[in-house]
Design a protein around this ligand. Structure first.
Ligand code: HEM
Length: 535
């Protein structure tokens, strides 16, 4: 007996719906799912072959069965995700976001996720469903409960990689063990060493900029400065991008490609299993291999006598976790990301606003001149760290354009999590979107303006909700490099502001520069061009 086409279609649709019910209990890997679909195709083809030898009929029938199966499966998934039985059904949000993670992947690829989240929170309120199993909450009092109870989500593993870095591991125990060595790398003694090398690099930049005439691309030079500082701190040198005048090895380009890749594909982590089968499985793997080569190259040059982050985290430390070579390479690539792009972006923002707001620039310069009347290279780091207006300017830059704009996603695996008056169902990813929270008038008065004064004690720029301000995150996974980042930013700002008056060239359009910002987990934008006038 042979089945008619309509009846076969009905059976295959029912098969798809049944599979969805099974997959909700045991989720198949991508590879086993693809094998299942191929198996259905082959079985349907073999079944038809018993009744006809016409190749076209066999192909059509098998295709019909597979299409019916896939449409049954996807319709069942979509209906479930929109139904009141879905655990996140109580949370509002745009319908496409409830159905598929491709919705957010689209905004990340476009570079305007930060603005989209801001818009969605204005429409739907503090809690929004931004993916089938994903929430965004812009309530400042939710930040601590979310980030202290939940840990990194699978989106950190969006691209094929050789091994997990500290930041891509979603295993909290492994993270805790790896952190033992990382904390040692950021001890007070080591921080002092990093400061010495950062100062030498900053003076090198000063010398380069002092020889420049006319318009300078400050964003370009800051980015090179950040790579060289990071290279010294993490690998004991090996990068000389400032001396070369460019990122000769293409670290930044590769980094940006890699982060965009993870940003988009991290939304749909199952794609990673498919990509891993490809002959060139993507920029993260290429980046890790590249970082690995750099590590080996530097090791041979310095004869193992080094005191940098990578050496420290590879040493056996009591209570810590020995790292494999591949894990060390993964961490090495991660340091490039954590240590350079974040600081260079925050610095670019700060200098953009200081150049526009000459009164703020002058006030900052006065604070610096009062604190040190000698040559800039003699500035004392302990005094530098205590200057309130300098600190306020840096906070304000981190608020207006947070280097980590989206808010790191956290996941509660198989446990429910109480957050404020809600219970977050197991298997949910939650993020608190920094950009929206930091620019919310309920948290910061005149939120889109550069007003460093709001951070000073005794001023009345209310509201100024300190609880809402977490540019370095919170809880397990909080930025361990915060003291390094703040010191390096303060050092560079004070040396530049003490040495030059900054102004925009006549053809520079600030609004166009601001509008060029795109966020793909890292920021990309036009060059910040300024005129540096010696003081
Ligand atoms: C303005 C500059 C910086 C900002 C705003 C920043 C922000 C952040 C944020 C938000 C996270 C959490 C990321 C996540 O969970 O997805 C993080 C993690 C981290 N950052 Fe930073 N960061 C900065 C600079 C640095 C620097 C200079 C270093 C060190 C060289 C550094 C090292 C790290 C490390 C090691 C982690 C991972 C910590 C862990 O997993 O336990 N960061 N940072």
């Amino acid at each position: 007996m042979t089945l008619s086409y309509p009846l076969s279609l009905v059976y295959s649709i029912l098969g798809g719906v049944t599979s969805h019910l099974l997959f909700k209990r045991v989720e198949p890997s991508v590879i086993s799912f693809l094998a299942l679909v191929l198996g259905i195709y082959a079985a349907a083809g073999t079944y038809t072959y018993a009744t006809t030898s016409r190749i076209m009929d066999i192909i059509l029938f098998a295709g019909l069965v597979v299409s019916g199966y896939l449409s049954g499966l996807s319709s069942s998934i979509i209906l479930y995700r929109l139904s009141p039985w879905h655990p996140l059904s109580q949370f509002p949000g745009p319908t496409p976001a409830k159905i598929t993670k491709w919705y957010m992947a689209f905004w990340i690829a476009k570079g305007s996720r930060h603005l989209k989240l801001q818009e969605l929170h204005r429409i739907y309120g503090p809690w929004i469903r931004i993916g089938p199993n994903e929430l965004s909450v812009d309530e400042p009092s939710a930040i601590r409960p979310v980030y202290s109870q939940m840990f990194r989500s699978l989106s950190y593993q969006g691209a094929p990689q050789d091994a997990d870095a500290l930041i891509t591991t979603v295993d909290k125990n492994e993270h805790t063990l790896r952190l033992v060595a990382w904390s040692r790398a950021f001890s007070a003694w080591n921080l002092k060493n990093y400061r010495t090398s950062a100062k030498a690099r900053t003076l090198q930049l000063l010398q380069i900029l002092s020889q420049k005439q006319g318009v300078v691309s400050l964003s370009h030079w800051i980015s090179l400065w950040a790579i060289d500082v990071m290279g010294d701190m993490s690998f004991s040198g090996g990068f000389e991008t400032m001396a070369a005048g460019q990122d000769t090895e293409g670290w930044m380009e590769m980094l940006h490609m890699g982060v965009l890749f993870v940003g988009v594909l991290g939304q749909v982590p199952w794609i990673r299993d498919i990509l891993a089968l490809a002959p060139a499985p993507g920029p993260i793997l290429a980046f890790q291999k590249f970082a690995g080569q750099k590590v080996e190259e530097t090791k041979s040059k310095t004869n193992g006598m080094r005191n940098d982050i990578l050496t420290i985290i590879q040493n056996d430390i009591e209570g810590g976790m020995p790292l494999s070579k591949l894990q060390a390479h993964a961490d090495a690539s991660f340091i490039v990301l954590a240590g350079s792009d974040t600081v260079s972006e925050a610095m670019t923002t700060l200098l953009r606003y200081l150049t526009e707001h000459t009164a703020v620039q002058d006030r900052l310069r006065s604070e610096l001149t009062e604190a040190f009347d000698g040559p800039v290279e003699d500035m004392d780091s302990s005094v530098l760290l205590k200057l309130p207006y300098l600190d306020a300017c840096i906070q304000e830059a981190l608020r207006l354009v947070p280097p980590v704009a989206a808010g790191p996603p956290r996941w509660n695996r198989d446990t429910e999590t109480p957050v404020l008056d809600k219970v977050i169902p197991a298997g949910t990813t939650v993020a608190c979107p920094n950009y929206s929270i930091f620019r919310d008038p309920r948290n910061f008065v005149r939120p889109d303006e550069f007003l460093p004064e709001r951070w000073l004690e005794g001023t009345s720029y209310e509201p100024c909700n300190v609880e809402a301000f977490v540019p370095f995150c919170y809880g397990p996974g909080v930025c361990i490099g915060k003291p390094v980042a703040l010191y390096n930013m303060k050092l560079l700002t004070s040396i530049l502001i003490r040495s030059f008056k900054l102004s925009f060239p006549p053809d520079f359009n600030v609004d166009r520069f601001d509008a060029s910002y795109k966020e793909h987990n890292l920021w990309v934008h036009d060059e910040l061009r300024v005129i540096l006038e010696h003081i």
